[in-house]
Design a protein around this ligand. Structure first.
Ligand code: ADP
Ligand code: MG
Length: 683
């Protein structure tokens, strides 16, 4: 059975509903696994109910009325031989009232609470039954579903597929030899219709071998398809770039610092990739301030020396601008033209940049995603560099890759990220990339001191800012993130700016936010970089990449609202020079949620990006961490990178062996799991 339309009872309406869940074929439906289970295998006497437990009760309605105090609710009481149970519904349809007339026999299922007059259930599931209706023999699965598709219909559909489909193994038996897991077929049967003897907790926390088996299969499919993609890439062609003899040594001689060992290591890894006749696809990760820009610049010079152009894309104008300045400063003494391209620059300037790129006069282009629009053409692009790559969507990355295709050659790609990725995540989601990590900061940085201050002590903080600025330091004042309203956020920034200006007449205060015109933004950043402004009021636009080494104090308002990686990135704006830096996290006691408190504790205790990312993974889950919501890379559906880390290690090893020994089995396996709608490979 490969198609729903071949199965009796799958109406077009049902098929359409399933497709809303991303299920297009019987194989996909079988892998649509329960969220949880109901134990409807027994009926509990009302007398034996326990508060907090989910139970099934059968009784006859003895009372039903719609009451209006304290608010509108349908109040029902049912009775069995042992006692009375109250049912309460705040949302209900007239049909529900009708279905619960006095005398009706109901089976209800829900969590028992202690109510005013004894036990009660709020919004239990209920159905009408006849006396002596047998109870279920299996736990009842509850599936993720969509409006209009009932659990009953979904259960029926799954059961049909289970009986009609053959569920053969896709991979050779040795793959599972060391693991004590049931077969694929048995795992699916068990999870869709578990018998009551199975420990419910092992189903719920997914530690049951049947869950583990499927998680492992999913991880294997992910590893396999990503490794296949990786192998395919190694078959396409890119310019092989000889090591630089001239430009890189010239740059190094002019730099005011020496590369750290960590930087040298990644420079070598990249140089080695560039020498291959296949497109590099490397992720360069390194904590904020670890010095990725100069590494990217060295890679760029290697190409430029051989006559190939390079494009460097940043997610925001502020960051692109800063890269432009830095690279222009490094490259123009070497006689290399750098073009600057953003969506907002004056027409004439842009036309000049475009002309310089297509003629090959400019060898390096720096800009925002404007770089990869259709009308931009390069003479011959050999390398694309993407800073903060996780901030770009799939489409943007795809257009970037298409951009430089030239006489059968693809450009090399270097992606950079300051969001350190915990090991499990990078193993899983970046299995189709090569990863280089700058694992140490340049020397001479004094660690940042982080302080947590309740915002009823603002006055003290204000004094401290004033003092620091009067002593020649510079400070950032970061305004709170207001997710619900950009307008409100802007207003807060404006208010704070006005307030700080009047509070500190002796200081020069600047304001920068996302809604300013690029030229204005640029002027303010310039003023701050050159120390004409001492205090910079900013929204979170300064989160990425801004580099002003003299700034050594940062105040973040309502830090409890911000995410961990955001706080880490923000804090990374200070501590870039030799001066001792401080980051003050102002938080509001009343508004600080449990989650907010957990985050503040992490950021207070650690400055290590990897440790913070690991904590973030635990707190938020991989989807949020990778920003995949925007980039559209779907997540694993069954496996969990924290819980199943051992399976992941194993899957990684096994995938390599499988690809060597039985490539035909690999296809069948990936096919099965891709029917789940997962597409892991990044473009
Ligand atoms: P990030 O990795 O966050 O992009 P940057 O490339 O902006 O970091 O580098 C941060 C700062 O450190 C910059 O001012 C840069 O010039 C400086 N820097 C980079 N490498 C070194 C080094 N080896 N020694 C000293 N300073 C360095
Ligand atoms: Mg950077």
């Amino acid at each position: 059975m490969h198609r729903f339309s071949e199965i009796k009872g799958f109406s077009p309406a049902l098929i359409a509903q399933l497709s809303k869940l991303g299920i297009y074929a019987p194989a996909g439906l079988l892998l649509h696994l329960p969220l949880r289970y109901l134990d409807e295998t027994r009926v509990t006497l009302i007398r034996d109910l326990r508060v907090g437990e989910q139970s099934q009760v059968e009784g006859v309605v003895v009372h039903a009325e719609v009451s209006y105090k304290p608010r509108r609710a349908l109040q029902v009481r049912i009775e069995d031989a042992s006692g009375v149970l109250a049912l309460r519904y705040m949302h209900f349809y007239p049909s529900q009232i009708a279905a619960m007339q006095v005398g009706t026999r109901l089976r209800v299922y829900g969590e028992v609470r202690a109510g005013f007059f004894g036990y009660e259930m709020v919004h239990p599931q209920q159905r009408k039954v006849l006396e002596d209706t047998p109870v279920s023999t299996n736990l009842t699965p509850v599936y993720p579903t969509t409006a209009g598709l009932s659990q009953t219909a979904l259960r029926k559909a799954v059961q049909k597929c289970l009986t009609l489909c053959t569920l053969e193994e896709t991979l050779p038996t040795w793959v599972y030899a060391t693991l004590n897991h049931p077969s694929f077929a048995n795992s699916l049967r068990l999870l869709h219709q578990p018998t009551p003897d199975i420990a419910y907790s092992s189903l719920e926390d997914r530690s049951h071998p049947a869950w583990q088996r499927l998680a492992y299969d999913e991880l294997l499919a992910q590893q396999l398809s990503m490794r296949q993609h990786y192998a395919r890439r190694k078959q396409s062609h890119a310019p092989a770039i000889a090591p630089s003899q001239r430009l890189v040594p010239q740059l190094l001689a002019k730099l005011p610092f020496q590369l750290t060992a960590a930087q040298q290591k990644v420079v070598h890894e990249i140089a080695h990739d560039l020498q291959q006749a296949h497109p590099m696809q490397r992720l360069l990760q390194g904590d904020v301030g670890s010095g990725k820009t100069v590494v990217a610049c060295i890679a760029a010079l290697q190409l430029i020396e051989q006559g190939w152009q390079v494009a460097m894309m940043a997610p925001t104008e502020i960051l692109a601008e800063q890269h432009y300045k830095k690279l222009h400063g490094w490259l123009s003494p070497l006689g290399i033209d750098v073009a600057w391209l953003t969506g907002s620059q004056p027409k004439k300037e842009r036309e000049q940049s475009l002309a310089d790129l297509s003629s090959g006069k400019a060898m390096l282009a720096v800009g925002t995603h404007a770089l990869f629009q259709d009308h931009v053409s390069f003479k011959q692009l050999g390398l694309s560099i993407v800073d903060e790559q996780h901030r770009f969507g799939v489409q943007q990355r795809l257009s970037l890759r298409k951009k430089g295709q030239h006489a059968q050659l693809e450009p090399h790609q270097l992606m950079m990220s300051a969001t350190p990725i915990p090991r499990t995540l990078s193993m899983s989601y970046y299995a189709d990339l090569d990863v280089s990590t700058i694992d140490a900061l340049p020397p001479g940085r004094t660690p940042i001191v982080t302080k947590l201050v309740a915002d009823d002590r603002r006055e003290e903080v204000l004094l401290r800012v004033r003092e620091a600025c009067l002593q020649g330091q510079q400070a950032y004042w970061v305004c709170p993130l207001i997710e619900e309203s950009e307008a409100l956020q802007l207003q807060t920034a404006n208010d704070t700016y006005a307030y700080l200006q009047s509070a500190f007449p002796e200081l020069k205060v600047g304001l920068v936010h996302g809604r300013m015109k690029p030229a204005e933004k640029q002027a303010v950043m310039m003023g701050f970089a050159t120390n004409q402004l001492q205090l910079l009021v900013a929204t979170t636009v300064i989160e990425v990449g801004v580099d002003v080494p003299n700034a050594s104090l940062m105040v973040i308002e309502h830090a409890e609202r911000m995410g961990l990686s955001q706080l880490h990135q923000l804090r990374g704006r200070v501590g870039r020079g030799a001066a001792k830096s401080t980051c003050i996290l102002l938080y509001n006691r009343q508004q600080c949620t449990k989650l907010g408190r957990a985050r503040l504790k992490v950021i207070y205790e650690s400055t290590d990006g990897f440790a913070i990312a690991q904590a973030d993974l635990t707190i938020r889950g991989p989807g949020e961490l990778l920003g995949t919501r925007q980039s559209g890379v779907p997540m694993l559906k069954i496996a969990d990178l924290e819980r199943d880390v051992e399976l992941l290690d194993q899957a990684k090893l096994v995938a390599v062996r499988l690809l060597e020994q039985t490539p035909e089995a690999v296809d069948a396996h990936c096919q099965r799991w891709l029917s789940l709608g997962s597409e892991w490979v990044k473009v």
